[in-house]
Design a protein around this ligand. Structure first.
Ligand code: ADP
Ligand code: ZN
Ligand code: MG
Length: 497
């Protein structure tokens, strides 16, 4: 809820439309391959069907239906035994047929739900519908450069994307904050990645999120006029765009204005929305059932198979991690948003159930994540088996090597894939707990740093950390830190007496 100087409280109301490209082998209605847009040569995956040639006939891709059913089932939708394809008619150069094949009155699935874990508790979001459709081609607008006489802007058309299977997921207007919107989008992205439906690369445009936003005075039943934001290609842009639009509408109403129904774009540079088209430009799409495709029939058996084969879903896993491992919701999500980190975390625990849970969490999300980030690699290229990390952590816990040495060993394991044992013995890294050896090093350091010892005795006890570092260095970084610290304190206090 948002307070204004005028005292009126406004409540944001938001509903989301999300388009997800489905990474099937072939397109929705033809045998053309689904190719990676930026890398494939333009118009290299086009045939008469997706090119919109008259007389060509569509044939439905069963894998796309299967993917759509998986997502819809995961969102707890009612799956429709019969759904109908329809033509949505409009003219645009990226749509060679002059219509898009989509589902209108009888979609693939309806009435789903998802529960979000927000900072203010759980929030239930209703899914209105999930339907199948096809993507359009891609236009690239080219502006002439320089001052060439008569130079004109022009547009390039790439039909590689035309006919790529799309899934549209539409919610009820149940969201009330930008945080909820972001959490939902993150959950959907995690879901489609778990299910192998989509890569989740927002910046590549394979998952497109369109929030519809309105505000109304608290207590008012009727919804306010909505504005739809397009071109949001990151979660950050999504959250900022929604936040911006909520404030803009409240300020507009407060200053006596009226929100116009329109579609706006998000300007990343200005961090503001801008008008794209108004309600007056709204199309009449003249939907009618697609005569070239029979109704899509989904048997009870198929539905049961899809539901039965669903894996543990990202939000289920996240909740289980909170429950079983005592992680915070944010920590659990960090491991569960993708499948590999959670699998790995649990494999390490399983390899050595004696390890402290927080240690495994810290080394997986801290050390390992930062090594992978620095190298720009992921779990698919990781050379360290879960068993090997468990072994390394076991050695640290047993005092064979200390923490810092452990980090250095991990870094080497990361590059070479060698097990910890080999690295430790080859480089003589085993931790030294030998009292005489450590006492010797401490004595040397105290002798060399008389000034620090004096300031320690005059009350500046933080100097201990400096002396500790010096002694550890003398011991080649291998001293058992507990033994070293107690020896250091012992000798410092002997000097005093
Ligand atoms: P349209 O036909 O303009 O796309 P829909 O009624 O199909 O509109 O709704 C599209 C999305 O906008 C849905 O997610 C819906 O929940 C949401 N929505 C509808 N009306 C409003 C409103 N007044 N404020 C916010 N969101 C809305
Ligand atoms: Zn084709
Ligand atoms: Mg819309």
């Amino acid at each position: 809820m948002n307070n204004t100087p005028g005292g009126t409280q406004y409540e944001p109301v938001i509903g989301l439309e999300v388009h997800i490209e489905m990474l099937t082998k072939s397109k929705m209605f033809c045998a053309c391959p689904v190719v990676d847009l930026p890398s494939a040569a333009p118009n290299s995956a086009v045939c008469p069907v997706c090119g919109g040639h008259p007389g060509s006939l569509p044939v439905l891709n069963g894998q796309a239906v299967e993917f759509g059913l998986r997502v819809a089932a995961a969102l707890r939708c009612e799956l429709a035994p019969i759904s109908i394809f329809a033509r949505k008619n409009y003219f645009y150069p990226d749509l060679p047929k002059g219509y898009q094949i989509t589902q209108y009155e009888q979609p693939l699935a309806v009435n789903g739900q998802i529960i979000l874990q927000t900072t203010k508790g759980e929030k239930l979001i209703h899914i209105r519908r999930v339907h199948l459709e096809e993507d359009t081609g891609k236009l690239t607008h080219v502006e002439p450069t320089g001052h060439t006489e008569g130079a004109q802007s022009f547009s390039l058309v790439d039909l590689n994307r035309a006919g790529v299977p799309l899934l549209e997921i539409v919610t009820e207007p149940d969201f009330s904050t930008a945080e909820e919107v972001r959490l939902y989008a993150e959950a959907l992205r995690a879901l489609v990645r778990y299910l192998g439906v989509n890569s989740g690369d927002l910046e590549k445009g394979v998952m497109r999120i369109e929030p519809n936003i309105s505000v109304r005075p608290v207590g008012q039943e009727e919804l306010g006029t909505k504005v739809e934001i397009k071109n949001l290609n990151s979660f950050r842009a999504l959250e900022r765009g929604v936040t911006y639009e909520i404030s803009r509408q409240i300020e507009l109403i407060e200053s006596g204005g009226k929100v116009e129904q329109e579609t706006v774009g998000w300007d990343e540079a200005r961090q503001a929305t801008y008008s794209q088209r108004s309600k007056e430009d709204a199309h009449d799409y003249r939907y009618f059932p697609e005569p070239d495709l029979p109704p899509l029939l989904v048997s009870k058996h198929w539905m049961d198979d899809v539901r039965g084969a669903l894996p543990e879903l990202p939000w289920e896993r996240s909740r289980r991690f909170v429950r079983d491992y005592n992680l915070s919701p944010a920590e659990a999500w960090q491991l569960a948003a993708e499948k590999a980190p959670g699998d790995y975390f649990e494999a390490v625990l399983k390899a050595n159930p004696g390890l402290a849970l927080r240690t495994v969490y810290a080394w997986t999300t801290g050390e390992l994540f930062s090594l992978m980030n620095a190298a720009g690699t992921g779990f698919d290229q990781l050379k360290i088996e879960a068993q090997s990390l468990a072994d390394l952590l076991g050695r640290i816990a047993a005092g064979q090597i200390n923490q810092n040495t452990g980090k250095a060993v991990l870094a080497e394991m990361f590059v070479t894939g060698q097990p910890a044992a080999g690295i430790v013995s080859a480089r003589g890294l085993a931790q030294v707990s030998d009292q005489d050896f450590i006492a010797q090093k401490v004595a040397e350091v105290l002798a060399e740093n008389a000034a620090e010892v004096t300031s320690y005795h005059s009350g500046k006890t933080t100097v201990v950390n400096f002396l500790f570092g010096q002694a550890m260095r003398k011991a080649g970084g291998k001293a058992n830190p507990q033994v070293l610290r107690s020896e250091l304190e012992k000798q410092l206090n002997q000097v005093n007496s």
